[in-house]
Design a protein around this ligand. Structure first.
Ligand code: HEC
Length: 183
């Protein structure tokens, strides 16, 4: 078994549990993601998230000895280097913050109207499509649009802003010369 074989199912479980955790974490994270998520947290779903977090023993790796619960930073020595576990608390700065929540909303929960304005690919795709950025240019921070600029133009993409984001990611692939075919 390669580390990759091992990582996949673990990460799939982790992603599921983390999305449930994110839901369980409640209002702050949802507000943060300006989410089209349920206004009320379903207690059954929150209980399922807690069950998965316990069953997956997330604490074992994501809480350093004597450390803050789920705050990560626990070093794990592996033959290919030291891995540090991530912070999986709902802290918007260092934990599962807005970007992570948006990725879960789009790719796990299939929400159609999420615009991840902090995502590098979406910002670059926007600059390629609506800005002055050319495919051969080296991207500088000045090329990338601000959230306000993106949100303004994206108003007319409602209620399909996740789909628009998908096209912006594809714009990056197109610029890089890799136009992906559907599998
Ligand atoms: C065996 C130890 C271990 C267990 C148990 C574990 N994790 Fe992790 N997790 C890790 C490590 C190590 C990383 C960092 C991997 C990396 O940097 O590539 C990680 C990364 C993550 C990430 C970030 C993934 C990303 O792409 O940034 C999330 C979210 C996560 N774990 C959630 C969970 C949840 C939820 C559980 C419980 C179901 C869990 N983990 C259980 C070791 C573990």
């Amino acid at each position: 078994m390669t580390p990759h074989d091992l990582k996949r199912p673990l990460m799939r479980l982790a992603a599921l549990a983390a999305s449930a955790l994110a839901l369980a974490a409640g209002a702050s994270i949802e507000a943060n993601a300006q989410a089209n998520a349920p206004a009320q947290i379903d207690p059954a779903l929150a209980a399922k998230g807690e069950y998965l977090a316990r069953a997956g023993d997330c604490i074992a790796c994501h809480t350093p000895p004597e450390g803050k619960l789920f705050a990560g930073g626990r070093p794990m020595l592996t033959p290919f280097g030291t891995l540090y576990t991530s912070n999986i608390t709902p802290d918007p700065e260092t934990g599962i913050g807005r970007w992570t929540v948006e990725m879960f909303l789009i790719f796990r929960l299939g929400r159609p109207d999420v615009l991840p304005v902090s995502d590098y690919g979406v910002r670059k795709g926007f600059a390629l499509t609506f800005g002055k950025l050319k495919p051969s240019d080296k991207v500088t921070p000045a090329d990338l649009p601000t959230p306000a600029v993106m949100e303004k133009r994206a108003e007319k993409w409602r209620p399909w802003r996740s789909i628009a984001s998908w096209y912006l990611w594809r714009a990056c692939d197109l610029a890089a010369g890799k136009l992906l075919q559907p599998e």
